[in-house]
Design a binder for this molecule. Structure first.
Ligand SMILES: C[S@@+](CC[C@H](N)C(=O)[O-])C[C@H]1O[C@@H](n2cnc3c(N)ncnc32)[C@H](O)[C@@H]1O
Length: 279
C-alpha cells in the first residue's frame, strides 16, 4: 500500500468528489429520518495543505486553492466551502477536510458514520481525528469487504462512498462488484464511486460494466482539467452515483460548467448523463 492521499488532498478531483458528497448529504438530510454514511477507503479525514506531503505536489493550489479565491462561487457550494472555512477561521487556507470530516460535519445528531481505512498509519490518524465524535466508528479492515460487512444498516437510508486509490489494475472491476454487493443488500442505497480519467480504453470497459450492474439508476458526472485524450496524466475524474436523490442532477448541471471554467488547467470540460436510466 503505497498510496497516501495527503499528496493529492484538495486537488481538482477531491473538489468534484467532496462538493458532490456535500450536496448528497444536504439533499438526504431534507428528511428527518436518520441515515448511515459508509466510507470504504476513508483516508485520514483531515489534511494539512502546508504540510510536507501536500506541499511536495502543490496539487491543492489548482483545486481548493482556486475555489478559495473565487469571488462569487455558486450558492450550491455553500456547505462544502462552509466546512473548509470553519477549518480555517483566520482566512488562510491550510486545513482541508477529507470525506470523513466533511460527512461528520454535515451530518446530524441522529446520523451514524462507519469509516474504513486499511493503511496502518492512516487508519491510526483517522481514528485519532474522529475520536471525539461518538457517532463515528472507525474500522481498519479491507475496503472491498465493506458492503458485505456493514450492509444492510439498521438505518433505512445509507450513503456509501467507494474511493479506492486505483493502484491495482482490477480496482475498476472491484468497484462494480462492490456496487452490486451494496445493491444486493440494500436496493435503495445511494452509492458514489469516484474514478480517475486517464486511460480511455480502460474507462470504456468500466462504463460497460457499470451499465450492466445491479444499480437501479446510475448517474455519471465527469470533470476534466486537461484534454481527456491525453493519456499521460490525470486529465480529470468522474463519479458514478446510484440512486441519486431528487435535485442532484439539476444542481450538478449548474455547477459543472462553473467548475470546468474555474479549475481548467489546459482544456476544461464536463459531462453529465445517465449510465442507467430508471429501470
Ligand atoms: C483516495 S484515498 C481516500 C480519500 C478519502 N475518501 C477522501 O475523500 O478524503 C484512498 C484510501 O484508500 C486506502 N486504501 C488502499 N487500499 C485499501 C484497501 N484495500 N482497503 C481499505 N483502504 C484502502 C488508502 O490508504 C487511502 O487512504
Amino acid at each position: 500500500m503505497n498510496y497516501r492521499h495527503a499528496f493529492h488532498a484538495g486537488n481538482h478531483a477531491d473538489v468534484l468528489k467532496h462538493l458532490t458528497l456535500a450536496r448528497l448529504i444536504a439533499l438526504i438530510a431534507r428528511k428527518e429520518t436518520p441515515f448511515a454514511y459508509l466510507d470504504s477507503h476513508a483516508g485520514v479525514g483531515l489534511y494539512d495543505l502546508r504540510g510536507d506531503q501536500a506541499s511536495r505536489t502543490g496539487e491543492w493550489l489548482d483545486g481548493i486553492g482556486r475555489l478559495w479565491q473565487a469571488e462569487q462561487p455558486p450558492a450550491a457550494l455553500g456547505d462544502y466551502l462552509g466546512v473548509v472555512r470553519a477549518l480555517n477561521p483566520d482566512g488562510e487556507l491550510r486545513h482541508y477536510p477529507g470525506s470523513p470530516e466533511l460527512a461528520r460535519r454535515l451530518s446530524r445528531e441522529q446520523d451514524r458514520l462507519q469509516l474504513n481505512e486499511k493503511h496502518p498509519e492512516d487508519g491510526e490518524l483517522l481514528k485519532d481525528n474522529m475520536r471525539r465524535d461518538r457517532r463515528v466508528a472507525v474500522h481498519r479492515g479491507e475496503g472491498w469487504h465493506v458492503p458485505r460487512a456493514l450492509l444492510p444498516t439498521r438505518e433505512k437510508r445509507v450513503l456509501l462512498l467507494i474511493d479506492p486509490p486505483f493502484e491495482q489494475p482490477d480496482d475498476f472491476e472491484r468497484c462494480v462488484q462492490a456496487l452490486d454487493e451494496a445493491h444486493g443488500r440494500m436496493r435503495q442505497a445511494i452509492v458514489m464511486i469516484w474514478y480517475p480519467i486517464k486511460d480511455r480504453r480502460q474507462l470504456k470497459r468500466f462504463y460497460q460494466r457499470l451499465e450492466a450492474s445491479a444499480a437501479p439508476k446510475l448517474l455519471r458526472a465527469e470533470l476534466y482539467v486537461h484534454s481527456p485524450d491525453d493519456a499521460e496524466r490525470l486529465t480529470g475524474s468522474g463519479l458514478a452515483i446510484s440512486n441519486p436523490p431528487w435535485g442532484l442532477e439539476d444542481e450538478l448541471r449548474e455547477l459543472l460548467p462553473w467548475l470546468a471554467e474555474t479549475l481548467t488547467q489546459s482544456e476544461g470540460g464536463w459531462t453529465l448523463d445517465w449510465l442507467i436510466a430508471e429501470r
